[in-house]
Design a binder for this molecule. Structure first.
Ligand code: RP5
Length: 168
């Protein structure tokens, strides 16, 4: 277990503490928007009963979105989705031998009927899973919607302000 708060809206679940350096950017983005989250280590292989119990209880605890991150034979997000009707966002972790392509394919190829929304491999996926959670929560939170619009406007301004040095 990495972090616990009261009444989390987002549950970040990762297969190993070795995933945390990547998932930290997800947690940071949620924190930036003031979203209460909890981050936990639970494995589909190593702690299957605890992973299933967590997913089963999540909605009743007030959690609105589950983020499942794992590497390799990465079926953690699918396991969470099997036991919860909450939206499950899957973040493929970079893996040692296949650089996360194995994780991506394991997550994105869920059979029809039990969806998980799969994001990019690694940090981009971790950040975007947080932003996607914010977008979903913003549907019923006008202040959060305003903050998301401001974040995106700031991003746009940054890109438009960029200049390229040493142009021939
Ligand atoms: C997966 O195996 C984890 O999500 C992690 O990405 C990968 C390696 O885990 P460790 O061997 O580092 O614990 O289940």
């Amino acid at each position: 277990m990495v972090e616990m708060v009261n009444n989390p809206l987002v549950g970040i679940v990762m297969g190993s503490d070795s995933d945390w350096p990547v998932l930290r950017s997800c947690a940071e983005m949620l924190k930036r928007f003031g979203i209460a989250y909890e981050a936990k280590v639970l494995s589909a292989h190593r702690t299957p009963d605890a992973a299933l119990a967590y997913a089963t209880a999540a909605q009743g605890r007030g959690i609105k979105v589950l983020i499942g991150a794992a590497g390799g034979a990465a079926h953690l997000a699918g396991v969470l989705a099997a036991k919860s009707q909450l939206p499950v966002l899957a973040v493929p972790m970079p893996s040692k031998h296949l650089q996360g392509l194995d994780s991506l394919l394991a997550m994105v190829q869920m059979p029809g009927g039990i969806p998980v929304a799969t994001f990019a491999i690694g940090e981009a996926g971790a950040v975007n899973a947080a932003l996607f959670s914010v977008a979903m929560l913003a549907l019923s939170d006008a202040d959060l919607a305003k903050n998301l619009a401001a974040f995106r406007a700031e991003q746009t301004e940054k890109v438009l302000a960029k200049t390229l040095p040493d142009q021939p």
